[in-house]
Design a protein around this ligand. Structure first.
Ligand SMILES: Cc1cc2nc3c(=O)[nH]c(=O)nc-3n(C[C@H](O)[C@H](O)[C@H](O)COP(=O)(O)OP(=O)(O)OC[C@H]3O[C@@H](n4cnc5c(N)ncnc54)[C@H](O)[C@@H]3O)c2cc1C
Ligand code: HEM
Length: 380
């Protein structure tokens, strides 16, 4: 480990136990000294739940692993374009950060420690700024999109179709972040539920979570003709295109990226067998079943298996998705795509690994390198 990395780690280890207070101090300094920067952040900010400060912890921990750190920082830098962050802002954030660490390490802050922090922050900011600049040559920071479809699929779920004002290229299985006019500067990721279409539209499957800001805005307060903003597509659950048979395990709106992958595979002309387990608690929550049944009628190699966990009256398959998956078959030769609530995905992946499915054939979203998740953001 370099001497600078060691000094930064040692001093930051004194800040981590008081991260909540340090985070509040950091923003206090940042906004007191640069009031204009406040406007870039959402109106309501929960300091103890702060993703920015937690990402700093992650970066400091990874300082001796540049191979892992650089892609993470580059991604973070590109992600910051949609917040309106430009290169000049980094100096102010760096000054507030150093002031924070100095404040919370009072006794051990030396000229040497300060030099280590200055150099390290310069490296971090440099990677983020360069990545943002490089992407600015080819992509806008965000896309304006018009709501062209809004279909209610039950009390809490809507399929929202959007037409971006500029072309938005994505790979099936990816997600975009969405900002609604109701909650300015608040972004949340939603999976794109279709393969690229000729008319450029994209559909989202949104479940309104209780008290959820963006999901409720999209399900309950969005109408055709409204405008939303979209961040650049990201995510790693993209089609492997190996031609192998596929197992898809989708819980709730986790169906969205899986449907996009299946549409892509069908459109590609390949003809793998596809098993789709689509699970929900109650039969009424299988919000996209009629469409899936239509897809299966057009492409008989697709088998749609609805699974319901909490509805004793359901006449089809009953149980939790990982259990049903194991009961049905073993899947050692399949490409497997899994999406849904975190606990269900983790358990499904654990069972697949136990039955010898190689990790390279298990595809899930929310890969650890994505800043949204690693920084402790929301999950589907
Ligand atoms: C990669 C990725 C893809 C996603 N794709 C989709 C998608 O296709 N469709 C979709 O509907 N959602 C999806 N999500 C979840 C989505 O991004 C939001 O987290 C979710 O809609 C809640 O945001 P919110 O602003 O409405 O709630 P917030 O205002 O962030 O949260 C309000 C309250 O709800 C709780 N909460 C947050 N999420 C959940 C949850 N899932 N279940 C129960 N309580 C919750 C919070 O803890 C908080 O108390 C995805 C998330 C990720 C990381
Ligand atoms: C080392 C430098 C930085 C790190 C590690 C960092 C980290 C992060 C992380 C992890 C997020 C959450 C990302 C997401 O939700 O997708 C974030 C959001 C944000 N960052 Fe940074 N950031 C840095 C520099 C900056 C700078 C220079 C600014 C400019 C003022 C800035 C402004 C913002 C804003 C406005 C948000 C959105 C906040 C929100 O949604 O609550 N960041 N940052």
């Amino acid at each position: 480990m370099s001497p600078n990395a060691r000094l930064v780690k040692e001093s930051f280890s004194l800040v981590e136990p008081v991260a909540d207070r340090a985070s509040a101090y950091f923003y206090g300094r940042l906004f007191a000294e640069n009031p204009s920067l406040r406007a870039l952040f959402p109106a309501a900010m929960g300091a103890p739940d702060d993703r920015v400060f937690r990402a700093l912890m992650k970066i400091v921990r990874a300082l001796d692993d540049p191979a892992a750190l650089s892609p993470f920082l580059a991604r973070l830098g590109r992600d910051h374009r949609r917040f309106g962050v430009v290169a000049e802002h980094y100096e102010a954030v760096g000054a507030a950060l150093l002031a924070t660490v100095r404040h919370f390490t009072a006794g051990s802050w030396t000229a040497e420690v300060e030099a280590a922090w200055t150099e390290t922050y310069g490296m971090v900011a440099g990677v983020m700024i360069d990545a943002a600049r490089a992407e600015a040559r080819t992509r806008p920071p965000w896309w304006l999109a018009e709501v062209v479809g809004h279909e209610s699929r039950g009390p809490d779920i809507a399929v929202v179709t959007l037409r971006p004002a500029q072309p938005l290229d994505f790979t099936p299985g990816q997600h975009v972040t969405v900002q609604t006019p109701r909650w300015p500067r608040v972004w949340r990721p939603f999976s794109i539920a279709n393969a690229p279409r000729a008319d450029g539209t994209l559909s989202l499957h949104v479940r309104a979570v209780p008290g959820g800001w963006v999901s409720s805005a999209l399900v309950r307060h969005t109408r055709i003709g409204d405008q939303v903003m979209l961040g650049p597509p990201g995510g790693t659950m993209t089609p492997a295109d190996t031609g192998r048979d596929m197992l898809c395990v989708a819980g709730g709106t986790g169906l969205a990226p899986i449907k996009a992958v299946i549409e892509h595979v069908i459109a590609s002309g390949r003809r793998p067998g596809i098993h789709l387990l689509f699970g929900a608690r109650h039969a009424g929550d299988l919000y996209d079943l009629p469409d899936l049944v239509r897809m299966a009628a057009d492409f008989p190699r697709l088998r749609v298996l609805p699974v319901v966990s909490d509805d004793p009256g359901f006449s089809g398959m009953r149980g939790r998705l990982p259990d049903v998956m194991e009961r049905l078959h073993s899947w050692p030769d399949h490409e497997v795509y899994v999406c849904g609530p975190d606990a269900m995905v983790d358990e499904t992946v654990r069972r697949l690994r136990r039955s010898q499915v190689p990790p390279s054939r298990i595809h899930r979203d929310g890969a650890p390198e994505h800043p949204v998740e690693t920084a402790g953001g929301p999950a589907s």
